[in-house]
Design a protein around this ligand. Structure first.
Ligand SMILES: *Cc1c(COP(=O)(O)O)cnc(C)c1O
Length: 398
């Protein structure tokens, strides 16, 4: 078999529960909860529970939640935030939005995540760390927290419900941020959630863009009280429709993740059976992946990786394209572009790509596999057979 012939198994993204939630809101006559209204509170409580955190705060995007988290952990005035380039662009631009400047660090050789070793010695030059659990693989949070005295913000936008060493992602750092954009494992259409167990961080995150009625109800810290009538008025709160939909989406998350994990296990077994030259980032038994595609690492030479990607897609393999290389994107190369948006960005100088051997290796060697979130044994067996055959052909060519 050379091509995948079965259709990608999926169920409708939104079902009856989401429909009912939307209709309930329309019938209530209120789609905007300026305070911590019932729909907002229900979603926030569910995220606090999911991440075993004291507080959760909803936003109208994941990007806004990262901006607020960086502000809340104290990023001001050109301070530097360490992060890896293996993330979505708005994790990088959120650093500028918060008034900071990114400092890029390489990833680990065997995972798509920030290398804890890259943080050693940065405490004097950086003020915070932003860690993305890339493609659902939990970052080594114990080592990251150990390697630095800086506050750590987790970008969990690929990793809803994932755990690292028994603890939910989002609960390891000072704050965790989740995007609820539609392509993510929990969708509100659009939206974001910040979780933290630090009351001060929660209140400070509120001041960026939540409504004064919510600020009045919740702010207690003396230095934040002068903001009670205004905040910074960025207008970051989540529409109630998004919160209502996301609340329903969250109920099925565990079942979807479980199905995806089983699908991946079936694929891995087929690939092993064919001795295919691939590996998956290893997780210990107390850790579990989140789902936004999953990385599959090709072991050995791949030649032209863009051509291989095109060939794989032509054979029907369900692959997600790797993000562009932000280190070389015009916005982060040309200072006048950056300064159009953020005058303080004059403090940023693009690093040399030679400082990121693992990141570039991963870009060449990684397939981002879309895994169905419903049981799909036949499909996964077909994908495994087609992939093994393709890799066999390619290896024999090179
Ligand atoms: C989607 C995403 C974001 C941004 O979230 P939005 O809700 O689209 O603003 C940030 N970081 C990562 C890693 C993402 O995947």
């Amino acid at each position: 078999m050379t091509s995948v012939t079965l259709p990608f198994p999926r169920t409708a993204k939104y079902g009856q529960p989401e429909r009912d939630a939307v209709l309930r809101l329309l019938d209530s006559g209120h789609l905007s909860e300026t305070g911590r209204g019932p729909t907002t509170a229900s979603l926030e409580n569910a995220f606090a529970e999911l991440t075993e955190s004291r507080h959760a705060l909803s936003f109208n995007s994941g990007t806004a939640s990262i901006h607020a988290a960086l502000h809340a952990v104290g990023i001001r005035d050109g301070e530097t935030v360490a992060l890896s380039p293996m993330t979505w662009i708005s994790a990088v631009t959120a650093v500028f939005q918060a008034g900071g400047v990114p400092h890029f660090c390489d990833i680990e050789p065997d995972t798509p995540n920030l290398d804890p070793a890259a943080l050693v010695g940065l405490d004097n030059s950086c003020s915070a760390v932003l860690v993305t659990h890339a493609w659902g693989v939990p970052a080594r949070m114990d080592l990251i927290v150990e390697a630095t005295g800086m506050p750590v913000v987790e970008d969990c936008s690929h990793a809803h419900g994932a755990r690292y060493r028994g603890r939910p992602v989002g609960s390891w750092g000072t704050a965790g941020c989740f995007s609820l954009q539609e392509s993510k494992a929990v969708s509100g259409g659009e939206g974001g959630v910040l979780v933290t167990s630090d009351r001060r961080v929660y209140e400070s995150a509120l001041t960026l863009g939540h409504h004064p009625s919510r600020l009045a109800a919740e702010l207690t810290h003396a230095d934040l009280l002068p903001l009670v009538q205004t905040g910074a008025a960025y207008k970051f709160r989540m529409p109630a429709l998004s919160a209502g939909i996301a609340r329903e989406q969250l109920r099925g998350l565990a079942a979807r993740s479980e199905a995806a994990e089983q699908n991946l296990a079936i694929l891995a077994q087929v690939l092993r059976h064919h001795d295919a030259p691939v590996s998956f980032p290893a997780l210990d038994e107390c850790s579990s992946r989140g789902w936004y595609g999953t990385p599959l690492i090709i072991v050995g030479p791949v030649g032209d990786s863009a051509a291989l990607f095109d060939l794989a897609v032509a054979r029907g393999l369900p692959l997600r394209r790797m993000y562009p290389d932000w280190l070389r994107t015009p916005l982060l190369q040309e200072r006048d572009l950056l300064q159009r948006f953020w005058p303080h960005a004059r403090a940023y100088s693009p690093p040399s790509p030679s400082e990121f051997p693992n990141y570039y290796q991963a870009r060449r060697q990684t397939f981002l596999l879309k895994v169905p979130h419903v049981p799909a044994a036949d499909y996964m067996e077909q994908v495994g057979t087609v992939m093994a055959r393709l890799l066999d052909e390619v290896t024999h060519l090179s």
